[in-house]
Write a protein that binds this ligand. Sequence first.
Ligand code: FE2
Ligand code: FE2
Length: 245
Amino acid sequence: MPVTNSDSGTNVHEIAAGIYRISTPAPPGLIPGGFTFNQILVVDDAPLLFHTGPRRMFPLVRQAVAHVLGDAAKLRYLSFSHVEADECGSLNEWLAAAPSAQVVCGQVGAMVSVNDLADRAPIALADGAELELGHKRVRWLDAPHLPHNWECGYLFEATTRTLLCGDLFTQPGGAELPALTENDVLGPSEALRKNMGGVALEAGTRALLGKLAATEPTTLALMHGSSYRGNGAKLLHALADALGA
Ligand SMILES: [Fe+2]
Ligand SMILES: [Fe+2]
């Protein structure tokens, strides 16, 4: 697992073919039990970064993207699940650093926030719309309030069956966590949720998790903690059960 910044421990790991997890552990002691901020880089003719990390983490993420792409300015698309610092805090820093990059979000996100927040107008994808990256293609899936924010949504990369599902299955733990695991991620994430909250439960939550499960993902690329390899549909249904949705 190459470390791209030794001071912060930021590291890069390929979790599916051409899909890289850029992980920055929170500084020791900042969050009890440790925590990670992970960004997902989809490498193709038109590379896409899913969530940017907080604004102050921008130099670390740019360094890691440059490690993989050779030049961070090659980045073509910036996308994220919902408006929050760790999702899109460095959006405008990225738009300046990658001159041909465009923001990709859902239609609600564009209308409510991104048309105003971003320095360049975003591409607003309808639920189920696909974007070609070259060989790979990503599909936008609206997921309002799952786990939070009206504009929330995810990307599914079809050729690798990877669901980029951000805050779902958020696990505590720092640099000691593996980049990718086939072990349980639901147990640790449910323990954290019961302790801290952060998940909105609505009448449509089970149906939304069912929609995500219908993509039959084999890799779940997660923002906090280890990414998961295995039967993603089964795990998403198990999350619906755990939420009592
Ligand atoms: Fe979030
Ligand atoms: Fe997050």
